[in-house]
Design a protein around this ligand. Structure first.
Ligand SMILES: O=C(O)[C@H](O)COP(=O)(O)O
Ligand SMILES: [Mg+2]
Length: 416
């Protein structure tokens, strides 16, 4: 017999193996508990330990214990053996590394800051089907950012009004019409009507303007229902679906990813509710980790913030975007989405901060233009063109009336 003590999970001399999943945490131990004891409890509870010492027959035990292997101030590194995990199951992985430990009394606060994914575990997931390549595989954005818009008000428009707003925006130079996160299949704007009519409008606009356009229709719902909606999008000739990935849950995202593979559909991930996990800096799961999970489970785009230029609080957008587009054992890169309070007057600063390999989404920043949606869409496209060409917005506005009006209204201010 062997006794497993909860403080057996600390070994500061341990060097993680290449196959380990290595996680960085920030901890605040409970009163009266040392950092070492708290770190060991985290490694224990998130792998194969519990609060009490156990007595287990050595012959019956598979060694799956995690190791708290580094402590630096309030930072703790924990290495997990890959055998602890079910390959390809994001819920199972999260039940380890972001499970009971989030509410454990041994720590006052705990935040999962970053994960270093080993090759085997990363490759047990599909990753994106298209990722950044949507800009030229499904659209005609070339080297400029892809442009998207959400009709506002976010809910309440009839199908007809919704489609009209979309058509005006596409004609003004926007690539993607996007549903809002809380618009799915309500009575005032039913899913299938909106899908069919929007895609018919898309086809008309494409024919007229000679540029590919598409529609990010929000399929979010109960998983079986959501898969049926994915099939409908394919039946109607759409190229993308949108999913509220946090509210649906990662298991549902994995199911949608499989179904989208059958149809060649790209997935636009909205992150509504992410801030419940990542807004408090000392607790929860960072947006960086949520974005990593999104890439592994296979979304093609995900909202990652606006580098402080929009209406929502954001953590390290440039760093997250760099991870999403960097090397990950051959998995496709994800196209990051900047959204939330953007308007033409901040586009130059946005591209300076995040580069051009992004989607720029503006709702209020288009439909709030004094001359309406069509002019607002033109103003956003003009601001993008100016910034890509390296021309100052004010200078470009002298020749482009819609941009001039937008700059008069909003200047370069960041909204709240
Ligand atoms: O879902 C989104 O991305 C938001 O609705 C953005 O809207 P806004 O551009 O008006 O802030
Ligand atoms: Mg929204």
């Amino acid at each position: 017999m062997t006794g497993i003590e909860y403080d057996d999970f600390l070994d500061l001399a341990y060097e993680p193996a290449a196959s380990d999943l290595v996680c960085d945490f920030r901890l605040e131990p409970a009163e009266g508990m040392s950092m070492e004891a708290a770190a060991s409890r985290v490694a224990s509870e998130s792998s194969n330990g519990t609060w009490a010492a156990l007595h287990v027959d050595e012959d019956e035990l598979t060694h799956l214990g995690a190791v708290a292997c580094d402590i630096d101030g309030d930072r703790v590194t924990v290495a997990y053996p890959e055998e602890l995990f079910e390959p390809g199951s994001m819920p199972q992985i999260l039940s380890c590394i972001a499970g009971n430990i989030m509410g454990m009394k041994a720590v006052d606060t705990i935040r999962l800051l970053d994960c270093h994914w080993p090759e085997g575990l990363a490759q047990s997931f599909p990753g994106p089907q298209f990722g950044t390549s949507v800009a030229h595989e499904k659209l005609d954005a070339g080297d400029r950012p892809v442009l998207a818009t959400v009709p506002k008000p976010k809910v309440g428009l009839s199908t007809e009004a919704h489609v009209r707003v979309g058509e005006e925006a596409w004609r003004g130079g926007i690539d993607l019409l996007k549903d809002d996160e809380n618009l799915t299949d309500q009575e005032f704007n039913p899913f299938e009507d909106r899908l069919a009519e929007s895609l018919a409008a898309r086809d008309r606009v494409q024919e007229d303007v000679g540029e590919r356009k598409d529609y990010l229709v929000n399929v979010t719902g109960e998983t079986t229902e959501m898969l049926e909606r994915v099939d409908l999008v394919a039946d109607h000739g759409g190229g993308f679906v949108m999913v509220d990935v946090i509210t649906c849950g990662w298991s549902a995202v994995q199911s949608v990813r499989q179904r989208c593979d059958d149809h060649g559909l790209a997935i636009h991930a909205h992150r509504a509710m992410h801030a419940a996990f990542d807004r408090l800096p000392h607790h929860g799961v960072s947006m960086r980790v949520l974005a990593q999970i999104a890439r592994l489970t296979g979304v093609d785009h995900i909202h990652t913030g606006t580098a402080g230029l929009g209406k929502l609080a954001n953590e390290d957008t440039p760093g997250i975007n760099e991870w999403l587009t960097g090397d990950l054992y051959g998995l496709e890169p994800v196209l990051p989405v900047a959204s939330g309070g953007l308007h033409p007057g901040v586009v130059d600063q946005l591209l300076e901060a995040l580069g051009t390999d992004i989607i720029v989404q503006a709702g209020g920043g288009i439909h709030g233009h004094p001359d309406g949606t069509h002019a607002g869409a033109k103003a956003l496209r003009q601001a993008i063109d100016a910034s890509v060409e390296g021309v100052a917005l004010e200078e470009y506005a002298a020749e482009h009336a819609e941009l001039e009006t937008a700059l008069e209204k909003w200047g370069a201010e960041t909204p709240r």
